[in-house]
Write a protein that binds this ligand. Structure first.
Ligand code: GDP
Ligand code: MG
Length: 660
C-alpha cells in the first residue's frame, strides 16, 4: 500500500514523514523545501508513504502543484493523508476541499495541535470530521503525538477504500447550478477517464486544458459548458475563479465557526512580527541584507575559507603523492600511471579542493534558511527583481550561484513557475562562481597588480549587469508574461537547529562529492586522453601536437577577434569546461614561461570577460540538463552563453583597445 502526504507548504509534512518513517529528511523553515517526492516505509509496517511538495491548491500553477497533482491522479495512492496546519486552519482547508473532490480515500491529519493548545485554542475534532465527511486525527508531528492513531485510521480508510462522504460544498445558487449542469455533461467522460466527475467539473470551470484533453470532450459540449460558465459569471457578478473561491471559503467559514475556537496569536508570531519591523523595514531591509551577505562571503572566501581550502588541498596533494609513489614503486606502465595520477586524481582533486568553501557557504545559507531569514530576503528582493521580470524567490539561486552554479541550478526547483525557473536557470551561470577565482587571481597577478580589487569587483558586477540586461531583454521577447505573484508564507523566526543545518550541509556535500566522482572523473579521463595522444593515437610529448592541441588550433580563428587567438588559450578554455580551475592548470602546463608575452592588457581583460560569462562547467551543464529536462534546450543554453561571452568579450576588447 502507498500513502501520499499532501498539504500546504510549511504545514509539517516532512516532520510527519520523518515521524512516520523514522528517517531524517531535511525539515526546512523555508516554504518550498521539499521539491522532489521522497519515499519511505512506515515504521513497523510495510506501507509506503510519499512526502510530496507543499501546495495551496491543485490548480496547476507551479511545478510543485503539477508534481503533486500528477502523483495523486496517476499513481493512485491507496490513501491521501492531508496534513492541515491547525494554527492556520482556514487557509489549509482550502486545499482539503479540493482533495475531497477527488473522491479518494482521505484522512485529515490535524497538525500543530501542541501549538493550538499552548495558545488556548481548541478544536472539536468529531464535529470537524462530521462537517468535512472524512476522518480527522489530531496530531503533533514534532512531538510525535497521535502518530499511531493516525496510522491506524489511515490503514482502515485505505483498506475499506472509504471515500469522503461530502464533496458538494455549494449552497443553492448560480454556482451550484453551474457545477451540477456541467457535472452531468462530463460524468460519462470522467468515468471513462477514471477521474472524479466533481473534480473534473471544477477544473473545467477553471479552464484547465489538461483535464479537457483527458476527457476528450467534443466541440459541442465545450460550447455548452462555456455558456454555463458565462451565465454563472454574469449572475454571480464575479469571474469563475473568484466565484469558486468564494464558495469554498464560505463553506470553510461555516465549518470553522462551528468546530474551531481560535487560538490566540502565538508568542512566536508576535516575536517574529517585531523582528520583521526591523529586518523587512522599508529602508533598512536591503542594507541589512547586504551587510549579512557580504559578511558571509567574506568569511567563506576570505581568511577562514582560504585557510581551510589551502590545508585541504595539501591533504589531497599528499594523498595523490602517496598513490604516485606507490604506482612508481610498483612499476606500473607510464601511460596508465599518467592516466591515474595526471588525469583522474588531479582532476578530481582540483574539484574536491573546493569542498571546504562549499561546506562553509552552505553552512551559512542553511542557517539563513533555518532561522526564517531567507524567506524575508525573497520578500524584500521581490520588488527589485520584478522590475527585470523575475520574482523574489530567484534571489536564492542567484546567491548560491556566487558559490557554485550546480547547487544554484538545483535550487531553482523551489521557484513557483516554470517560466521563472527557466529564466533563472538561464541567468544563474552569469553569477561568477568560486571556481573562477583562481583564474582571476592568476591573471591579475600578471596584468593588474595595482588594480586587483578593482578588476575583481568589476568582474562580479559585470556578471550581474549582464544578467540584468539579458533578463530585461528576454522578458520582452522570449519569456513574455509576468512572474507569478509572490505568495509565500513568512515562517516564524527561530534559532537554527544544529541537526537540520548539518543535515542540509551534508545533503549538498554529498551531491558535490558524488558529482566529483562521476561526471568529473569521466570528463577528466576524456581530456587526459585528448591531451596525451595525437590524431594517430601516438603518445605526444608536446601538447600542441595532441588531439586537444589540434582542436584548439582549429578554433583559433573564432577567438582572434577577441585578442587571444592562440591555441593554448583556446585549449585552456576548453579544459575549463571540466572545472574552471583547470583553465589555470592548463595554462601553466602549456605556457611554462608565463603569459605576459602572449597577451596585451586589453586581451587579458577580454579573456577574463570571456571566462566570466561562458558556460561554467560540465557539472553545471549536467545540472541544467537535469532541471530543464531537455538536451536540446540545454545545448541551446550552452550556445547562448558562449555567444553572450563572445559578444561581451569582443566589446570589452574593442573598448579597452582604445583606452589602454
Ligand atoms: P513542510 O514544508 O510541510 O514539509 O513542513 P516541515 O515539516 O518542513 O515543517 C515546517 C515547520 O513546522 C518546521 O519548522 C517544523 O519544525 C514545524 N512543525 C512541524 N510539525 C509541528 C508540530 O506538530 N508542532 C509544532 N509546533 N511545529 C511543527
Ligand atoms: Mg517538506
Amino acid at each position: 500500500m502507498i500513502y501520499a502526504l499532501v498539504g500546504n507548504q510549511n504545514s509539517g509534512k516532512t516532520t510527519l514523514f520523518n515521524a512516520l518513517t523514522g528517517s531524517n529528511q531535511h525539515v526546512g523553515n523555508f516554504p518550498g523545501v521539499t521539491v522532489e517526492q521522497k519515499y519511505g516505509i512506515i515504521k513497523g509496517t510495510n506501507y509506503q508513504v510519499v512526502d510530496l511538495p507543499g501546495i495551496y491548491s491543485i490548480r496547476p500553477y507551479s511545478n510543485e502543484e503539477i508534481i503533486t497533482r500528477d502523483f495523486i491522479l496517476k499513481n493512485n495512492p491507496d490513501a491521501i493523508i492531508n496534513i492541515v496546519d491547525a494554527m492556520n486552519i482556514e487557509r489549509n482547508l482550502y486545499l482539503t476541499l479540493q482533495l475531497l473532490e477527488l473522491r479518494k480515500p482521505t484522512v485529515v491529519a490535524l497538525n500543530m495541535m501542541d501549538e493550538v493548545r499552548a495558545n488556548n485554542g481548541s478544536i472539536n475534532i468529531e464535529l470537524l470530521s462530521d462537517l468535512l465527511g472524512v476522518p480527522v486525527v489530531p496530531i503533533s508531528a514534532i512531538k510525535e503525538e497521535g502518530i499511531s492513531e493516525l496510522i491506524r485510521v489511515v490503514e482502515e480508510t485505505a483498506k475499506k477504500k472509504r471515500i469522503p462522504k461530502i464533496y458538494d460544498f455549494c449552497k443553492p445558487g448560480p454556482v451550484h447550478r453551474c457545477i451540477h449542469a456541467i457535472s452531468h455533461i462530463v460524468e460519462d467522460h470522467a468515468d471513462e477517464a477514471d477521474v472524479s466527475a466533481r473534480y473534473a467539473t471544477m477544473q473545467i470551470i477553471l479552464d484547465d486544458q489538461n483535464i479537457m484533453d483527458l476527457l476528450k470532450l467534443d466541440e459541442n459540449k465545450i460550447e455548452i459548458i462555456k455558456s454555463h460558465v458565462e451565465e454563472m459569471e454574469n449572475e454571480r457578478g464575479l469571474d469563475c475563479e473568484a466565484a469558486i473561491a468564494d464558495m469554498r471559503y464560505k463553506f470553510i467559514e461555516n465549518v470553522c465557526n462551528q468546530a474551531v475556537s481560535k487560538p490566540e496569536k502565538s508568542k512566536e508570531r508576535t516575536r517574529s512580527v517585531n523582528i520583521d519591523k526591523i529586518l523587512t523595514h522599508k529602508y533598512f531591509a536591503i542594507p541589512i541584507f547586504a551587510i549579512i551577505i557580504t559578511t558571509i562571503f567574506w568569511i567563506t572566501f576570505g581568511p577562514l575559507g582560504t585557510f581551510l581550502a589551502d590545508n585541504f588541498e595539501i591533504i589531497i596533494d599528499s594523498g595523490i603523492d602517496i598513490v604516485n609513489a606507490f604506482l612508481t614503486d610498483y612499476g606500473i606502465n607510464e601511460i596508465v600511471k599518467s592516466l591515474i595520477v595526471d588525469g583522474i586524481l588531479a582532476g578530481v582533486g582540483s574539484v574536491l579542493s573546493f569542498l571546504p568553501l562549499i561546506l562553509i557557504l552552505f553552512f551559512f545559507l542553511s542557517i539563513l534558511e533555518d532561522t526564517g531569514y531567507m524567506a524575508r530576503i525573497a520578500f524584500v528582493m521581490d520588488k527589485l527583481l520584478r522590475k527585470i521580470g523575475l520574482s523574489g524567490k530567484s534571489i536564492v539561486p542567484f546567491l548560491i550561484g556566487f558559490g557554485c552554479t550546480v547547487p544554484a541550478v538545483m535550487a531553482t526547483r523551489t521557484l513557483p513557475s516554470e517560466r521563472d525557473r527557466k529564466l533563472t536557470i538561464l541567468l544563474v551561470p552569469f553569477m561568477s562562481c568560486t571556481a573562477k577565482i583562481p583564474i582571476y587571481a592568476f591573471f591579475t597577478d600578471y596584468f593588474f597588480v595595482e588594480h586587483k580589487a578593482l578588476i575583481m569587483t568589476g568582474l562580479y558586477f559585470g556578471g550581474i549587469i549582464t544578467a540584468v540586461i539579458i533578463s530585461t531583454i528576454f522578458n520582452k521577447i522570449a519569456f513574455k508574461g509576468n512572474p507569478i505573484p509572490f505568495v509565500m508564507e513568512m515562517p516564524n523566526y527561530r534559532l537554527p537547529g544544529i541537526k537540520s543545518v548539518i543535515l542540509l550541509m551534508w545533503d549538498k556535500a554529498k551531491d558535490f562529492i558524488q558529482r566529483a566522482f562521476t561526471i568529473i572523473v569521466s570528463a577528466t579521463i576524456l581530456v587526459w586522453f585528448l591531451q596525451s595522444f595525437d590524431l594517430r593515437f601516438n603518445v605526444v610529448e608536446d601538447a600542441s601536437l595532441s588531439i586537444l592541441g589540434s582542436l584548439g588550433k582549429l578554433m583559433e580563428p573564432i577567438f582572434k577577434p577577441l585578442g587571444f587567438g592562440d591555441y593554448r588559450f583556446v585549449t585552456a578554455l576548453v579544459t575549463g569546461l571540466i572545472a574552471k580551475e583547470t583553465v589555470v592548470s592548463t595554462l601553466e602546463v602549456l605556457i611554462p614561461t608565463g603569459i605576459t608575452t602572449l597577451l596585451t592588457t586589453a586581451s587579458a581583460l577580454s579573456f577574463l570577460t570571456f571566462t566570466l560569462l561562458y558556460t561554467p562547467c560540465f557539472a553545471a551543464i549536467a545540472a541544467i540538463r537535469r532541471e530543464m529536462g531537455s538536451a536540446v534546450k540545454t545545448i541551446g543554453i550552452v550556445i547562448f552563453q558562449i555567444a553572450v561571452a563572445w559578444v561581451v568579450a569582443f566589446t570589452v576588447y574593442q573598448i579597452a583597445g582604445v583606452f589602454i
